[in-house]
Ligand binder design. Structure first.
Ligand code: FBP
Length: 547
């Protein structure tokens, strides 16, 4: 396989480990834990894995460990650093006992159920160290939630002599990891399950999990390109760039990229929902900024739009909820309607309010809202071209204002969507180190008999040497939420907090950014060079941890 010069140099990078993981390790148990909410229900559903203590890994005496085999699964969307979680796990497992084996289940949780796997050997692992992507074993979105799946999984785990399974995933996959841990514990199958916090979206975080891996690299990759666009925009001075950024629900990515690049406008879905803004309010907000800049002769700018925005505008949320229910029952009937009559069909079948909102949408977006749902029955927000919807509506509003003499200027828009470009980027030093430490930590949790824990590495704004490795009971992060009409135990999703320092820092300066041109150009991720250039964490993490 041909490799780039950077790939070759990067393969030799040795990720930094927290001090406690460098030699023999012992477990220090903290206080028993309780769930973030709904304690009684969660306790009842997880009798074997509820209330376990927090765990810290500290330096200990060298011990002999009996040989053991371990399995690993990558679940959900790709995030930079996944390969390093696996290489950290591999090195950790081999350090415990060189006879230990690591098996990777192929193409996500489905590989466990369908018994598709490979043994991960030194040769394979060495090919993937410090690389982006999940291609070492592939990923998938199969939900592990049914007893027959757990039992099928048990068959192959037993056959391969696997003592523990590591599931690398987001909030839903880790919720399912915990359900599986509980099931195997209740059945006395002797199989442990450990989770690892993955998602570029940055919405799997809490007091004990400071950030999910991949968020750092993805945001730096998008910020590099946003900075390039800003410079182009400031050079040509003739376009407004509407940039949609991935992040299914939460606006962490948009906010982080805004903090790194200082665009003219960044929409934050959580704020729009809290202020009960309508689509027209959002459009007016952008149009006002465009008009104010035009008044100073600046007919250019950049707007960052979080991918999940549409579902946070209360009227759109109601419309989408009705469309989800309606299409769940009438999908076939809808598909049979002639393409040019589908819009009318939807309009005539929705309740009055939702029908009016639907009718007000431009043709393209209206159609996108009726496209196939994901396996969880959700609209695939990454397919909705919010950036075009907004620029089209802003353009119309400005045309009206122009006719009324309220606006003089030119408005010409360019559109971008950054998502997949960042998910498989070569991990930044931060993600390479963090992920390796998460994998290594998982091996120690397994060796010490733990199950139902998420691997945790904290104190992340300090040098890697001072990071604190340990485990957090997954039940500690749970609450009860309604899913598909039923109350279910799930890990609480972390949305952008409007009372948090990252948002407040942004809100304090955004009016200046809107009016003036304050762009910052972060440039590409650097892997070699001074630590202040190569090892910086995200602004979000820095602001959240600022004392
Ligand atoms: P995870 O939650 O699985 O980490 O995936 C997040 C994400 O990258 C979102 O930002 C995006 O909406 C979605 O995946 C896209 O999914 P797909 O890869 O199936 O197109």
């Amino acid at each position: 396989m041909t490799k780039s010069a950077l790939q070759i140099a990067r393969a030799a990078y040795q990720p930094k480990l927290p001090k406690a993981l460098k030699g023999a390790v012992k477990v220090q148990e903290g206080e028993p834990t309780h769930s973030v909410a709904d304690e009684e229900e969660i306790k009842k559903l997880f009798p074997n894995t509820y209330g376990m203590p927090l765990i810290k890994l500290v330096e200990g005496e060298k011990k002999d460990y009996a040989p053991m085999n371990v399995g690993v699964i990558l679940s959900g969307g790709q995030a930079p650093g996944g390969h390093n979680v696996i290489s950290g796990l591999f090195d950790g497992v081999k350090r415990l006992n060189p006879a230990n084996k690591l098996y990777g289940f192929l193409m996500g949780p489905g590989g466990l159920v369908d018994h598709k796997y490979i043994e991960l050997t030194t040769d394979i692992i060495d090919e993937y160290r410090n690389t982006g992507g999940f291609d070492i074993i592939g990923s998938g979105r199969t939900k592990l939630e049914k007893i027959d799946q757990f039992e099928k999984g048990y068959e192959i785990l037993k056959e391969l002599g696997i003592k523990a399974l590591v599931i690398i995933g987001g909030d839903d996959s880790n919720t399912n990891a915990c359900v599986l841990a509980e099931y195997y514990a209740a059945k006395n199958y002797g199989i442990q399950v450990i989770g690892c916090p993955k998602t570029i979206d940055g919405d799997l975080k809490n007091e004990m999990i400071e950030t999910s891996f991949g968020f750092d690299t993805a945001c730096k990759t998008y910020s590099e390109v946003i900075g390039n666009i800003e410079r182009d925009c400031n050079s040509a001075r003739k376009y407004w760039h509407f940039i949609k950024l991935m992040g299914r629900s939460a606006s962490h990515i948009a906010l982080e990229c805004a903090l790194q690049t200082q665009p003219n406008i960044c929409l934050i879905s959580e704020e729009i929902e809290a202020k009960n803004m309508s689509l027209d309010d959002v459009v007016t907000y952008i149009a006002n900024a465009v008009a104010a800049r035009a008044a100073e002769g600046n007919n250019f700018g950049t707007v960052l739009i979080p991918e999940g925005l549409i579902e946070f505008i209360p009227a759109m949320k109601k419309l989408i909820a009705e469309l989800n229910d309606f299409l769940a029952v009438h999908a076939d009937e809808y598909a049979a309607v002639e393409a040019n009559k589908q819009r009318e069909y939807i309009i005539s079948h929705l309740t009055a309010d939702n029908s009016a909102v639907y009718a007000s949408l431009p043709e393209g977006v209206a159609r996108q809202l009726t496209l196939d749902r994901d396996p969880h029955g959700n609209v695939q927000v990454s397919l909705i071209e919010t950036e075009k919807l907004l620029s089209e509506m802003v353009g119309k509003k400005l045309a009206t204002w122009k006719a009324e003499g309220k606006y003089v200027g030119k408005f010409s828009a360019q559109h971008h969507f950054f998502g997949y470009e960042g998910r498989c980027a070569a991990p930044s030093n931060f993600d390479a180190d963090y992920c390796y430490a998460l994998g290594y930590t998982a091996s120690e949790l397994i060796a010490n008999g733990k199950t139902g824990y998420m691997s945790s590495v904290r104190n992340l704004t300090a040098p890697a040497e001072e990071w604190i490795a340990g485990g957090v009971p997954i039940t500690m992060m749970m609450n009860m939420e309604r899913r598909h009409g039923e109350m279910k135990p799930v890990i609480q999703k972390a949305l952008v907090r409007l009372d948090g320092t990252p948002f407040k820092t942004f809100a304090a300066v955004r009016d200046t950014w809107a009016k003036d041109t304050c762009y910052v150009y972060p440039g590409p991720i650097q892997y070699f060079g001074p630590t202040e250039v190569c090892d910086q964490t995200t602004k979000t993490l820095q602001l959240e941890q600022a004392k």
